[in-house]
Design a protein around this ligand. Structure first.
Ligand code: PEP
Ligand code: MG
Length: 756
């Protein structure tokens, strides 16, 4: 075309910007550097007009814009045409001449034809550029995902699974993986509690004078009762909230007539008192150990504690009345921590407690938690490898214990300990603040309670009310079904303590793992799929009515809601409502009409209820998701079977979908929906649970502060986006990876790792 300059500008419709992409004639260094809005210059005019622009004296044109880098002042004439269609403009092709020249129509046609050829090349270039950008984006995402999954694996590897054997690094340093029973870090020299008299060591011995033997036993019993009473007083002063109640449990075992009657039988049959006691205690402890409810299982420790105590008195082994003097900053190392052990040391001197066996809900662990002593249980073989005075670090958060740690580990733990103390202080500061997101969305944080003793924790951790009161736990401690009066007095105590705050009382969830002796010893092949929960209540209707009447009477002037467990069908809840209506009518006829606004709700914990959620929610005032059962039933994974524990996966896509379906169904019907399974108290899941729309989360009281802290640090809009994304993934790994990525991006990972 006999021109001095030919340039190609590429156009970005998103930013409405043209940039110099190639040129012959203008300074090459300007390529990629010079850009202009479509409102600027003659090149911009081509975009505006969506057609050719011709200027004989470009420098004099009103749209001319001077770009010093282009040094265009020497070029007078200008012709430019668009590349691409008006609705898919790719760029502008321009030519310029030094001498004045009048471009004619033929020039325009020629340049437009060249632009047509360039167009295909530009389309390809744009496409490959976009692909590269997307590929880069995907690559970044993949890297973040891999990184997050990697982090997740490290995190999971550091979690206690089962109490596992120790590892040694050849330098006499030991690391044990147990279970964190009371959070926090404790560092100090070991104080080892070696068992004094072992029940297992008692030989089977017969005697010829059972009467004298029985007298020896009675004396030992009386001494033990007195000893427990003293310890109870001491602990009651020390920890007024729980101390007395916990020792009460020990006293109940000692005073249990059936225990002394069984021992008397064995003595009567010719056994020595020690042998009779050892045999009966073993029998009782095993009975508790066989129960799958972790709380009841751990009552075995209390039974053995009582046995040990009586045995000591039988053998005449002295025990110091006052707590033993131990060095400041000691870490108590014991085989199994019993309440007796607890009363033999001064707890204010304990920096941590570590035990070889025992579970996280033993009474000693509860006491340790209320005294805020970091505790790790289940470190097998610890006593054999740890000597008095050895340096010990106990990490009650992860359940890790170090014996004779290296300087590096020690320094790291000193730092962690300081951080943790500060963090705890921060959590205390938010105790009375609501669980409200940064953009003003409120979530109700409630407590799960099973025993009266736990009510202290409800206050201490700032629960707004009780979201799940498991009535069956107190039923298990009676010798027969508690009468209506006994229940009434129990519920009244709880209602009084809650002082106007809402309480959701769940009717009996007996059966499966919670099976009191007085219900008869019938065995089922699949107890979790058997005669349990609401099925028992509907069959033993008069007992069900007694419970409903007791709840209604106790809650006449209180904010009480009633919840029914394990509902599987609309028929079931309708039958429940009929029985409930009969109770209301009877009470009214008896002159004690119950409050008219008691809300009735159901637990959503069976897949059938999820599938029929839209129908079930319409029959009730509220629902609460019981993930402990729901997960086991959806995944067909026994919640108490350790062998398949890794398959019990709350983040399985099917579980997340089920939660989502329940929330949608409840909200569509205008009902509130909560969650009271363990998932609710794990901060790892909070983002999803808030995002998916749960109105209320009910959990072990101690998890309330951390869940609240997390909620107060996020926006519900962000949580909703994350929940929607999570619901789209197909695998647990993707879900976990994405979850960790989000937690990290929003600086929540430390909070979660410290508490989940
Ligand atoms: C549940 O199943 O999630 C639940 C809260 O009930 P429980 O653990 O008592 O069966
Ligand atoms: Mg359940």
């Amino acid at each position: 075309m006999d021109c001095d300059v030919c340039s190609l500008y590429s156009y970005d419709p998103d930013t409405e910007t043209l940039s110099l992409a190639a040129t012959q004639g203008l300074p090459a260094r300007s390529i990629g550097r010079v850009s202009m809005k479509r409102s600027e210059g003659l090149v911009g005019l081509v975009v505006d007009k969506a057609g050719p622009v011709v200027a004989e004296d470009a420098l004099a044109h009103e749209r001319f814009k001077f770009f010093p880098e282009l040094a265009e002042e020497k070029y007078h004439s200008f012709l430019a045409v668009p590349v691409g269609d008006p609705d898919n403009l790719l760029g502008v092709l321009a030519v310029q001449t030094r001498r004045r020249r009048r471009f004619v129509e033929q020039d325009e046609r020629l340049l437009t034809s060249v632009a047509g050829h360039i167009r295909a090349t530009m389309v390809n270039a744009h496409l490959s550029e976009r692909l590269q950008r997307e590929e880069k984006e995907r690559d970044r995402y993949r890297r973040e995902m891999v990184d997050a999954i990697q982090r997740l694996k490290v995190y999971e590897a550091s979690r206690p699974r089962e109490a596992s054997a120790d590892e040694e690094d050849g330098d006499a340093r030991l690391r044990f993986s147990g279970l964190g029973a009371s959070p926090g870090f404790g560092i100090g020299p070991a104080h080892c509690l070696l068992p004094q008299v072992g029940l297992d060591d008692v030989p089977l011995r017969t005697v010829s004078d059972p009467i004298a033997e029985q007298q020896r036993f009675d004396v030992a019993m009386r001494a033990s009762v007195e000893e427990v009473e003293n310890a109870r007083e001491r602990m009651r002063k020390l920890v007024p909230e729980v101390g007395g109640a916990i020792y009460e449990a020990l006293r109940m075992i000692i005073e249990d007539k059936s225990l002394s009657t069984r021992v008397a039988e064995e003595i009567g049959a010719g056994l020595a008192a020690e042998s009779a006691l050892a045999a009966v205690i073993k029998e009782y402890a095993e009975r508790f150990e066989r129960m799958s409810d972790p709380y009841l299982k751990e009552r075995a420790v209390d039974v053995r504690d009582v046995g040990q105590r009586i045995l000591r008195h039988l053998l005449g082994v002295e025990q110091e009345d006052e707590p033993r003097q131990i060095t400041e900053d000691a870490v108590l190392v014991a085989s199994e921590l019993t309440l007796t052990d607890f009363s033999t040391v001064d707890p204010s001197k304990l920096r941590a407690i570590v035990t070889e066996s025992g579970g996280t809900t033993s009474h000693a662990a509860i006491l340790a938690k209320s005294l805020e002593i970091p505790t790790v249980v289940g470190c097998e073989g610890l006593l054999a490898r740890c000597c008095e005075g050895d340096d010990v670090i106990a990490d009650g958060n992860t359940g890790t214990v170090y014996v004779r740690p290296s300087q590096d580990v020690l320094a790291e733990y000193v730092r962690l300990k300081d951080e943790y103390v500060n963090f705890q202080r921060e959590l205390e500061d938010i105790r009375d603040l609501p669980a409200e997101t940064l953009d003003g969305h409120r979530v109700g944080l409630m407590a799960n309670v099973g025993l009266l003793g736990e009510l202290d924790f409800v206050d201490r951790y700032g629960a707004e009310g009780i979201g799940l009161y498991r009535t069956e736990l107190s039923f298990l401690s009676y010798r027969d079904f508690p009468s209506e009066e006994e229940q009434l007095s129990l519920y009244r105590k709880i209602i009084k303590r809650m002082d106007g705050r809402p309480i959701t009382i769940r009717t009996l969830d007996l059966g499966a793992d919670k099976y009191p002796a007085y219900m008869g010893g019938h065995k089922e092949q699949n107890p979790f799929l058997g005669w349990r929960s609401i099925r028992v209540s509907l069959e033993l209707e008069s007992l069900f009515k007694e419970q409903l009447r007791a709840i209604l009477c106790a809650g006449a002037d209180a904010s009480v809601r009633i919840m029914f467990p394990m509902i599987t069908s609309v028929e079931e809840i309708r039958r429940v409502r009929e029985i409930y209506a009969e109770c209301v009518a009877d009470l009214s006829a008896e002159g004690q009409p119950p409050s008219a606004d008691v809300e009735l709700g159901v637990m959503m914990e069976v897949p059938a209820a999820v599938m029929r959620a839209s129908q079930i929610v319409r029959e009730v005032d509220f629902v609460s998701i019981g993930t402990n059962d729901l997960i086991q039933y959806i995944l067909a994974v026994d919640r108490d079977n350790r062998k398949i524990a890794p398959m019990y996966e709350p983040l399985h896509p099917a579980v997340l979908q089920a939660i989502h379906a329940i929330v949608e169904a409840a909200h569509d019907a205008g009902r509130r929906v909560g969650m009271c399974g363990e998932m609710a108290g794990n901060p790892l899941f909070t983002l999803f649970l808030v995002g998916v729309g749960l109105d209320e989360l009910s959990m072990g009281s101690q998890y309330i502060p951390v869940v609240k802290k997390l909620i107060r640090g996020i926006e519900v809009s962000m949580a909703r986006r994350i929940a929607a994304d999570l619901l789209r993934f197909d695998t647990v790994e993707e879900i976990k990876g994405y979850m960790f990525m989000c937690l990290r991006q929003h600086n929540l990972i430390e909070l979660v790792e410290a508490f989940s």
